[in-house]
Design a protein. Structure first.
Length: 88
């Protein structure tokens, strides 16, 4: 359900909610509210990236995944994994 809601939010507003300083966080909060209201508890890993027309890159990483930006075969940026121990 989370993926479907996020996909809908991206289609509705590809650059995020108007005026949002942190557009991916705003989209994730919208999805969380909807799931909470529908009483659909649960959790999952989320890794989102949004490259805006002005070249600004927004990244949201929550969970045991990581995002790497690679240029010419070299990692120039990496988010931190949020895993405390294996299979936590």
């Amino acid at each position: 359900q989370l993926a479907a809601i996020l996909q809908r939010e991206f289609r509705k507003s590809p650059c995020g909610p108007e005026g949002a300083e942190r557009p991916l966080q705003a989209m994730l909060q919208t999805a969380h509210r909807e799931l909470d209201l529908a009483q659909l508890p649960g959790s999952c890993t989320v890794c989102l990236a949004l490259l805006k027309a002005d070249g600004e890159l927004h990244i949201l990483n929550l969970g045991d995944s990581a995002l790497h930006i690679v240029r010419d075969g070299v990692t120039v940026f990496k988010t931190v994994e949020q895993q405390h121990y294996f299979n936590c």
